[in-house]
Design a binder for this molecule. Structure first.
Ligand SMILES: *[C@@H]1O[C@H](CO)[C@@H](O)[C@H](O)[C@H]1NC(C)=O
Ligand SMILES: *[C@@H]1O[C@H](CO)[C@@H](O)[C@H](O)[C@H]1NC(C)=O
Length: 205
C-alpha cells in the first residue's frame, strides 16, 4: 500500500514537471522563422463581418530569418486570430503575457495544418463568436513533441501595421427581435383569451 502510494506521488511529481517543461515557454524564445500575410487588411478599407467575411492567409518559411535554424522537427502549424494592442487596452482578459501558457493575445483558433515550408494558403470565414475588435494573425509552429518552437505574425513587432477589423454580427436583427416580442405578446394574449373563453363555456353549460 505504502509503496503504491509513493509510486503515485512520484508519478504525479514527474508528470507535473513534464507539463511545466512543455508549457513554460517564453514568447521571446521562439524563432520568427515564418513569413505570413493575411488579406484583406485595414489599408484596404475593409471591415470583416463575423460569420460572413473571409480572410485569406498565406505563409512560408522565411529564407532570411530561418538561416542557421534547425527546422527539421517542424511538424504542424496552428493559426490564430490575435488582439491588436488597441483592442487589449483596459481588457485584462486579453492581455499579452511573456509566458505562452498565460498569454491571452491569441484566443481564436483559425486552423491547424501539417507543416509545409512553402506555398501554403488557407481561406477562413470569420467565425460568428469572434468579438468586434482589431486583430492580426499569428502562426505557431509545433515540433514532434507538440512544443511551440517558432512563430510568424502578419503585423510588425509593435503590432501597428497590417491589422484588420472584425465587426461581430449579433445573429439577430432588430426587426427579428421586435417580431419575436410581438409574437410572445400575441401568444400570452391568446392564451388568456382561450382561458376566458373556456371559463365562459363552462359557465353556460
Ligand atoms: C523575412 O525575414 C526578414 C528578416 O527578419 C524580414 O526583413 C523580411 O521582411 C521577412 N520576409 C517575409 C516575407 O516575412
Ligand atoms: C531558435 O534558434 C536557435 C538557433 O539559432 C536555437 O538554438 C533555439 O533552440 C531555437 N529556439 C527554439 C524554441 O527552437
Amino acid at each position: 500500500m505504502a509503496i503504491h502510494q509513493s509510486y503515485v506521488a512520484i508519478s504525479l511529481i514527474l508528470l507535473s514537471g513534464l507539463v511545466a517543461t512543455c508549457y513554460g515557454v517564453p514568447f521571446t524564445s521562439l524563432n520568427k522563422t515564418i513569413g505570413i500575410t493575411a488579406t484583406p487588411s485595414i489599408p484596404s478599407g475593409q471591415v470583416l463581418k463575423g460569420g460572413e467575411s473571409t480572410l485569406t492567409i498565406s505563409w512560408s518559411l522565411n529564407a532570411t530569418s530561418s538561416v542557421g535554424i534547425d527546422t527539421s522537427d517542424y511538424r504542424t502549424v496552428e493559426i490564430k486570430l490575435c488582439y491588436a494592442p488597441i483592442s487589449q487596452k483596459d481588457r485584462g482578459w486579453r492581455r499579452t503575457e511573456e509566458e505562452l501558457q498565460k498569454d491571452k493575445t491569441c484566443q481564436h483558433k483559425i486552423v491547424e495544418r501539417p507543416y509545409n515550408p512553402s506555398n501554403n494558403m488557407y481561406t477562413a470565414t470569420i467565425k460568428k463568436d469572434v468579438p468586434s475588435a482589431t486583430y492580426f494573425v499569428r502562426l505557431y509552429v509545433h515540433n514532434s513533441h507538440k512544443e511551440v518552437v517558432a512563430f510568424g505574425d502578419t503585423t510588425d513587432a509593435m503590432k501597428m501595421t497590417n491589422l484588420f477589423e472584425v465587426v461581430a454580427v449579433t445573429g439577430r436583427s432588430i426587426g427579428l427581435d421586435i417580431a419575436s416580442v410581438c409574437f410572445s405578446a400575441f401568444s400570452i394574449i391568446s392564451l388568456f383569451g382561450f382561458f376566458i373563453l373556456e371559463k365562459r363555456r363552462a359557465k353556460t353549460k
